[in-house]
Design a protein around this ligand. Structure first.
Ligand code: ATP
Length: 647
């Protein structure tokens, strides 16, 4: 620690008067009074000095310093941004919202008056714990600074990171020490102050204040960016021993792991070549500000992520974050599956996505956003949760390894539109919609035979199953969140979680055993004229395509949707147009059920299957659910609300 040992001070100290005072509330850190200007015209809030060039000789609050205390009294919406703390409240508030293209709820941006024109934080402003990334004690703070800016006054110039080749990678594709590591080291070195309280006593009321720097995620345009803020924080506690910084961190990471160690896998070709830039500019600042140790691996060839996951050192990471589309999480899951210690791998690592590709269904579903910076915030704040996977077997590969699918399998119109339009990849997501429209107009049909093992057959049964499972999950989550007093101090997460064993990977319905007697065959008049066959485990297949609104993380079932190619275009068009709302599953022309397993035997000469967006061969395909096999990070412990309940 480079600061001198501190002795208690009083608030009559001129310097201390320059900082905003704040206190801890249930929802966040609330500004209780604004800092004064010092005798020499300096203000503790650097935004005034560095970003607005505030000159206090002309500033309005200097002429009447006390007016700040009286005139600004805005109570901001805290629970709206407090991602961790109130699942119920959040779901209630936002039940009528859908995700917009930036993945933001616009009200979030507008409701928090973080700073007024003169750079001061308004009294009663609350910085929600859900937005706080880090806190530490401070003795010589410089106030409100921009972490993402080039010249941070809080940083020693000696420590300025040296620029090295950011693409330098070792044999495993892991990045060698570069500017990322140096910035990370610098941030970690900053931690010296974390445990050392600097106490200041208010001579007037005897209350104890601590000079604390917090780093929080602040909305800026469509993103969140890390910002630092220095506050004099008082905390009323029965115990004088209370470490306020530890308390802030505990509340800020209530159901999440602090300092999650992350292996980031970047597909440099993902998102039409934008993945690396998106990660570096939008996600990395949030992860670093949260003091997450990160290592980066770049994929150098197709399916490289399978190899990386197969060889990854389980002891080094808690999370694999795929800065990519949905293709890389699919590969990571399959790489882990091919390991000898796969149960240990799935128990140790959470697989998540930072949405930097063209298809980002996992992030939309799990982080409730397709915005990379918000997804990074969700990554550091989310609850580790179990999800079901689907195990796919076909004759050509299942003797070696079956394939795990986390998202979907499809055959027919959707599969062809997804895969056979790759040659117009430059069109982005539009290529998929064009492909669907083209195939529907042609009324292309895809004959096949299908057998299923039902969990909920009729649409009414599906609703009942959904409501029951949702209620069960809600009860479990409430118990989980209430159980915080029993959390392990160091990790802030519950230790006794569900554990996968090798037994869980054993298939109940191996391909070679044929179709079991209790499976039902779908009506041949339908399957002879099949248009779409689509199974899924996540509600969103893209930001605006809520294909499976009844999908749940671990209900032990996958959703199946089937359509008949003979359905008139005048009926199928409105069905497809209802995809953004998810109400297509209610239409009589759409079959929607919940199943545990299925077998499909195609009866066409040339076509394909698409599994999680990957091309699979045109062979019999048998799939079953592997319950709770994989760990991921879910915002508030749930998938994004699809409003299926009220449909
Ligand atoms: N360096 C590389 N060279 C070639 N292919 C790669 C490379 N890295 C990854 N890939 C492949 O790119 C595919 C797509 O990856 P990803 O899902 O991240 O991208 P995307 O932007 O969403 O694209 P898509 O539209 O194909 O889904 C994967 O099959 C992966 O194996």
């Amino acid at each position: 620690m480079d600061l001198p040992p501190s002795s208690p001070k009083t608030l009559s100290s001129i310097k201390d008067r320059s900082f905003n005072r704040a206190t801890l509330t249930d929802d966040g850190i609330m500004i209780t009074s604004q800092g004064h200007c010092t005798a020499d015209g300096e203000c503790g809030d650097l935004q005034s000095k560095h970003f607005h060039g505030c000159n206090h000789s002309t500033g309005s609050f200097q002429s009447s310093p006390s007016s700040c205390f009286e005139t600004t009294s805005l109570i901001s919406c805290v629970t709206c941004l407090s991602d961790n703390n109130s699942v119920e409240h959040r779901n209630r508030r936002h039940s009528n919202h859908s995700i917009d293209t930036a993945g933001l709820l616009n009200e979030d941006l507008d409701e928090i008056p973080y700073s007024s024109v003169n750079g001061k934080l308004m009294v009663n402003t609350v910085i929600p714990y859900g937005r706080i990334l880090y806190a530490k004690y401070l003795e010589n703070p410089n106030g409100y600074t921009d972490n993402s800016g080039p010249a941070s006054p809080n940083r020693s110039t000696d420590n300025t990171p040296q620029s090295k080749d950011p693409d330098a990678v070792n044999v495993h594709g892991l990045q060698t020490k570069s500017d990322d590591d140096l910035i990370e080291e610098q941030l970690l070195n900053d931690d010296d102050n974390r445990d050392t309280p600097v106490t200041t006593t208010n001579a007037e009321d005897g209350e104890s204040y601590h000079l604390i720097e917090i780093t929080f995620a602040k909305p800026r345009r469509h993103d969140v960016v890390p910002k630092r803020l220095t506050l004099l924080i008082s905390h009323f506690s029965s115990s004088p021993e209370t470490n306020v910084v530890e308390e802030i961190m505990r509340r800020s990471y209530k159901n999440a792991k602090i300092n999650r160690s992350v292996l980031v896998i970047i597909n440099p070709h993902g998102g039409q070549g934008k993945a690396k830039k998106l990660f570096m500019t939008k996600c990395r600042p949030i992860l670093l500000a949260s003091r997450c140790p990160i290592e980066i691996a770049y994929t150098k060839y197709g399916r490289h992520a399978v190899d990386i996951a197969r060889e990854v050192d389980l002891n080094k990471y808690d999370t694999i974050a795929c800065a990519s589309g949905d293709g890389i999480p699919y590969e990571v899951i399959n790489g882990l599956y091919q390991r000898k210690d796969r149960a240990a791998a799935f128990n140790k690592l959470s697989i998540t996505q930072l949405p930097c590709g063209s298809g980002n269904a996992m992030s939309v579903t799990c982080h409730w956003t397709s915005n990379p910076s918000y997804a990074a915030l969700s990554l550091v704040k989310s609850v580790e949760s179990r999800i079901d996977l689907m195990c796919c077997s076909q004759p050509s590969y299942c003797k070696e390894f079956s394939r795990l699918s986390f998202l979907s399998q499809c055959y027919g119109i959707i599969a062809e539109s997804d895969i056979n339009t790759e040659f117009i990849r430059w069109l982005g997501p539009t290529r998929f919609e064009l492909g669907v429209a083209f195939n529907i107009i042609q009324r292309k049909k895809y004959p096949c035979d299908v057998w299923v093992k039902y969990v909920a057959k009729s649409k009414d049964d599906v609703k009942v199953h959904y409501l029951e499972q949702k209620k069960k999950t809600r009860t479990e989550l409430e118990a989980y969140f209430d159980d915080n007093s029993q959390l392990e101090e160091t990790t802030n997460t519950r230790v006794s979680d569900y554990e996968t064993t090798e037994e869980d990977f054993k298939l109940k319905f191996p391909l070679e055993d044929g179709v079991p007697d209790d499976w039902e065959k779908l009506d041949s008049s339908l399957t002879d004229n099949l248009g779409i066959f689509y199974t899924g485990k996540m509600p969103y297949m893209a930001a605006d395509a809520k294909f499976f609104p009844a999908a749940l993380p671990n209900d032990g079932a996958m959703d199946l949707m089937v359509t008949d190619a003979r359905t008139p275009v005048t009926r199928i068009a409105p069905i497809l147009l209802a995809l953004d709302k998810g109400t297509h599953v209610l239409q009589p022309e759409v079959i929607h059920t919940k199943i545990l397993a299925y077998k499909i035997i195609p009866r066409v000469q040339s076509s394909l299957f698409s599994v999680d967006g990957e091309r699979f061969p045109l062979e019999p395909l048998q799939v079953e659910v592997l319950p709770k096999i994989c760990k991921t990070l879910l915002r508030n412990g749930t998938y994004v609300d699809t409003e299926f309940e009220t449909m």
